[in-house]
Design a protein around this ligand. Structure first.
Ligand code: SAH
Length: 526
């Protein structure tokens, strides 16, 4: 954790860790507090609930330990006292523990009980309030919980029944309050709640709403009256998690609804790019109202130490004729300069010999990366392809010149033949390798969501992201025929087609074009 958080420890010398009891908000990752987002990225271990959405889970770094203690309605896999003990145990190991709960930790979250245990065990803690579903879910449905013209208070009530099935709600008092009533954990007791209200004298024509999975791409809203809500809700098949809202403000939803009307509102996408490249596309899609799960299918690892590169650079520096230094990806450029730094090799020894040095780049993104290091490429083919780059370099060279290609381990073989046929000396040096990633935390949930049609499309920005995604999901476990794959180019699309995915190809190889394609295919035209 960062310095601030360490400074938060009560006893610097103590081996004891600390617990942050934090709310994760109601589902939309944009409703995380800045503090909770920071903790997700920095905790040693995260203890989380069923209400934490896949979009939120995808923010947890791969190497962070996680412990699932979720409860599903009517089924309590991990009893509360065990959760308390898990927090104590992990903190006593000296860990920075993030206890992440849906909504706000103190709104029907049993956060108080967890803190009592921590206090009795003298474990330091902090509380990070979260955005509670009781206010945010109505807001995303176009229901303001208060409004000067209709109500001057709102009340949050649990609809959770006791073991004998009875509700401990004082309906007479509630009806007298004349405020907006928000019932959490109320789907299974809806009938009793609505009857309790009318028995206590509430007008059956009072507006009411049930709001399912609010703030997520799957949010659904049923607006009716206290008299008709149950039948309407059954007709639509509303399931938990959902809240019931009762009060005049519910009638405003028909006019004030907005979340599902955003260009990509109600849509959910899975992104498979390596993490370092992810945020641009994710940000664009979120701005348009989509929910975005980030599940990198690959990452790149620099080859270090890299003796072959060192030797090749020496040969290159000593070569007396013309020479080319060639790059085929922005990552390759960055890794090249990182490796020079690591090996303490001065760029002047590479470029400074007697022969004239020229630079080649496969495409505009690679050229941009080179410009960032003060090198403006001499050759950038119009068409992005290894074969084209080889041809262009050959055309611009004389036999006997040397070419140092600094690229990925399994680079395209098409680059080499045009060069050797021209009589050039080629050093093809791997700088990094591509490693497939499996996100064990998300895998099951993502397979389930794909099967249920909850993910509108998966984006792929290289053939290796397709292969990595399929490996992560399990080749045989998923029916890829129902997956809509938005691909960056033909080569990527061919890889997706091999698994029978439904293919869409962006018009250009850029993140803007990917976002435009998605908008064209999935955008709401309201
Ligand atoms: N601490 C949480 C509430 C936990 S109780 C909070 O502050 O929001 C769990 C109940 O919260 C669910 O049964 C449901 O009634 C409600 N809930 C939580 N997230 C929700 C969501 N996204 N949409 C609808 N209801 C939600």
């Amino acid at each position: 954790m960062n310095e601030n958080m360490n400074a938060g420890k009560i006893n610097e010398n103590s081996a004891c860790g600390k617990v942050w009891l934090a709310g994760a908000g109601p589902g939309d990752a944009g409703l995380l507090t800045v503090k909770a987002a920071h903790l997700i990225g920095n905790a040693d271990v995260i203890v989380y609930d069923a209400l934490i959405s896949a979009e939120l889970l995808s923010r947890i770094p791969q190497d962070t330990e996680t412990i699932y203690v979720g409860k599903h309605s009517g089924n309590h896999p991990v009893p509360q006292h065990e959760i308390n003990q898990i927090l104590v145990r992990e903190a006593k190991k000296g860990k920075e523990v993030l206890r992440l709960k849906g909504g706000d930790p103190f709104v029907f979250g049993r956060g108080g009980e967890e803190l009592e245990t921590l206090v009795s065990e003298q474990i330091p803690f902090e509380v990070v309030p979260g955005i509670t579903s009781s206010v945010a879910v109505p807001a995303y449905a176009g229901i303001p919980v208060t409004h000067r013209d209709y109500t001057s208070s709102f009340h949050v009530i649990t609809g959770h029944a006791r073991k004998d099935g009875a509700l401990s709600i004082d309906f007479d008092s509630l009806v007298r309050l004349n405020g907006t009533l928000v019932f959490l954990m109320s789907v299974s007791s809806m009938e009793k709640i609505l009857k309790g209200l009318t028995d206590a004298g509430m007008d059956p024509d009072m507006p009411a709403a049930v709001l399912e999975r609010g703030t997520t791409a799957g949010q659904r809203r049923v607006t009716a009256t206290v008299g008709t809500l149950k039948a309407e809700s059954d007709r639509v098949g509303i399931r938990t998690p959902a809240i019931i809202v009762v009060g005049k403000v519910c009638a405003l939803a028909d006019e004030l609804h907005w979340a599902e009307d955003r260009p990509l509102g109600g849509r959910q996408f899975l992104l498979t790019r390596p993490r370092q490249n992810m945020s641009v596309l994710a940000g664009k899609l979120r701005d348009l109202g989509a929910q975005v799960i980030e599940m990198p299918a690959i990452h790149t690892e620099p080859i270090s130490p890299n003796e072959p590169l060192k030797c090749a650079l020496e040969r290159f520096g000593q070569h007396e004729g013309g020479k080319w230094l060639v790059f085929t990806s922005p990552i390759g450029v960055n890794v090249f300069f990182d490796t020079l730094k690591e090996m303490k090799i001065d760029l002047r020894s590479v470029l400074g010999g007697t022969g004239k040095v020229r630079i080649g780049a496969i495409g505009s993104a690679t050229a941009d990366a080179l410009c960032g290091y003060g090198l403006i490429p001499d050759a950038v083919p119009k068409t992005y392809s290894a074969g084209e780059l080889g041809k262009e370099l050959a055309e611009m060279s004389e036999p006997g010149e040397c070419v140092l290609i600094a690229r990925a381990e399994k680079g395209s073989p098409d680059l080499i033949p045009p060069l050797t046929e021209k009589g050039l000396y080629v050093d093809d040096i791997p700088l990094y390798c591509t490693v497939y990633e499996v996100n064990t935390l998300l895998k099951e949930e993502v397979v389930r969501m794909l099967q249920n049609g909850e993910i509108d499309a998966v984006t792929f920005t290289s053939a290796s992201t397709v292969r990595g995604f399929v490996r992560a999901m399990g080749e045989n476990e998923t029916d890829y025929g129902s997956v809509r794959a938005v691909c960056i180019g033909e080569q990527t699309a061919r890889a997706a087609a091999e698994y029978g995915m439904q293919i869409e190809i962006s018009d250009q190889a850029s993140m803007d074009a990917m976002a435009e394609k998605i908008l064209e295919l999935f955008g709401n035209r309201r």
